[in-house]
Design a protein around this ligand. Sequence first.
Ligand code: UD1
Length: 335
Amino acid sequence: MKVLVTGGTGYIGSHTVVELLEENHEVVIIDNLNNSKEETLDNIEKITGKKVKFYNEDLRNKEVLEKIFTEEGIDAVIHFAGFKAVGESVEKPLMYFDNNLISTINLLEVMKEHDVKKLVFSSSCTVYGVPETVPITEDSPLSVMSPYGRTKLIIEDMLRDLTNSDDSWSVIILRYFNPIGAHKSGLIGENPNGIPNNLMPLIVKVANKEMNELKVFGNDYDTKDGTCVRDYIHVVDLAKGHIKALNKLDNKGAHVYNLGTGKGYSVLDIIETFKRVNNVDVPYIFAPRRSGDVPMVYANPEKAFNELGWKAELDIEDMCRDSYNYVVNYKKIGE
Ligand code: UD1
């Protein structure tokens, strides 16, 4: 298949592009490099020995999309592109609505015009808000706590309305839990521009002595050690989930799948595992709870196993080892 990957130089996008190429799909990337670097393309080529066609463009530019769909002969789309920082979205909601929603509407309109109606969409467990019970199934109630989360839910709803209106669309919505880790090669990984917000990039910075200590947000939650529990999933497992979804895009309608491991780990579990497998120190202090944090989130991933034949294979040690290996390796490359 020839697959258009929006946001294909980003963290999850780049790992998915590698898996697509390994499965002999052809890939076209559109990305405006807002939160990624062009050298990711060279690193994808180093890993796979294959080149991808790249458009350094913004999805809000509909003319570019028209050109791509006219010239490239796209069969299916995997749509990652979007802003994803929760805190920033609270401060700049219009920027999030403009970027995430307008780009998706443009994409869907151009896909429709060109009769390309196969789509995998990158959603998030953030659409479950504060879950009433864990593990979370796809039928759990939906609610959002930030403009970022709202953009994910609005897009999911748009896709459900679209497939209801026209049954020639085939859409798979993947709700990711907490992706961490990196490709084994150490050539691609999570490399956010600016100061990271998420746990693993911060642990890595502390281990690398770029920061003095990690702040653990809250140690008085009702969990086994008082710190928040999440379902961390290796980004390569997540990427493989997209290949399984792509292969399933002959089922009409919009279908939703959780991509998680089904296991919950606390912040302290992650820190201790990271220290042990990498033989490094990660100094931390306890800090007040972070506003908006949910005590415990983990998936029931059975639907993805039963219907897509996908399950996570890599464990928490692989995730911690590969996250650090990327940064150690990346530093060497950059020097
Ligand atoms: C966050 C977003 C979520 C988004 C996901 C991916 C919030 C409330 N949720 O998930 O919507 O889909 O990122 O980008 O922001 N932690 C610390 N110290 C730190 C950073 C994090 O203790 O310096 C803790 C957090 O309290 C949390 C856990 O680590 O318990 C994971 O945090 P993070 O990596 O930011 O992910 P989420 O908050 O789960």
